[in-house]
Ligand binder design. Sequence first.
Ligand SMILES: Nc1ncnc2c1ncn2[C@@H]1O[C@H](COP(=O)(O)OP(=O)(O)OP(=O)(O)O)[C@@H](O)[C@H]1O
Length: 265
Amino acid sequence: MNDMTLTERAVNATDNKITARNVQVYYGESHAIKDVDVDILDKTVTAFIGPSGCGKSTFLRCLNRMNDTIDICRVQGEILLDSEDIYDRRVDPVQLRAKVGMVFQKPNPFPKSIYDNVAYGPKIHGLTRNRTELDEVVEASLRKAALWNEVKDRLTAPGTGLSGGQQQRLCIARAIATSPEVLLMDEPCSALDPIATAQVEELIDELRTNFSVVIVTHSMQQAARVSQKTAFFHLGNLVEYDDTDKIFTNPTDPRTESYITGRIG
Ligand SMILES: Nc1ncnc2c1ncn2[C@@H]1O[C@H](COP(=O)(O)OP(=O)(O)OP(=O)(O)O)[C@@H](O)[C@H]1O
């Protein structure tokens, strides 16, 4: 690895954005997340990896209370965003999700124009005062999502008419339009071809200058490419959490070693 790459990949933030302590998640009687403690850093990409069913998505959904939408799901423990308990009764989950945005596995643009997809969040949260400001937010979000040049001449066309990779970047633009502080991405490239995947990965690297990004991925290559921190989950436990380079070159726990060398998973 040359110096340039090292500089680019260096973990340049030490501030905690999210602090999770003693987190348990149950689906009915089933204990899906067990005693998880983790500190998610600001301006850093954190990857969640682990075999299918180990709880990566479940834990990710705890971070913006998306699990609230699943009736049988119960979350216990403490999750702080900056120093605020996101499960406090006074916290409005809708406001929280504007601060902790989410991008899903399958691109899911609204059946609306490209413009309206991005304008939706700022409008419902009252973040802009007039059409000029809204136009500015839409343009800035599409630029940050590296989509502006491809769509600027057809903002009124339906978002669903874009290619899969463009739709996913549109969903990223929609998520960042509310100026979130954290962006959660649940396997955001799994429905994309290699070229679109490379574009989204490049974008993730740029996004970390402004946001804390947490990405669930099945691809260890992807985790190694995009993240600075990696958390390895196994059977609902957070087995190991460390610098990505350490996890992939010199893991401490034998279960991590088995997973990254392909012996479990
Ligand atoms: N809505 C749900 N209702 C009941 N059980 C669920 C639900 N969602 C997940 N689970 C269970 O919780 C456990 C963790 O699932 P989760 O989807 O979080 O794992 P994952 O690591 O993200 O898996 P994958 O990599 O396959 O997406 C699994 O045993 C799963 O069956």
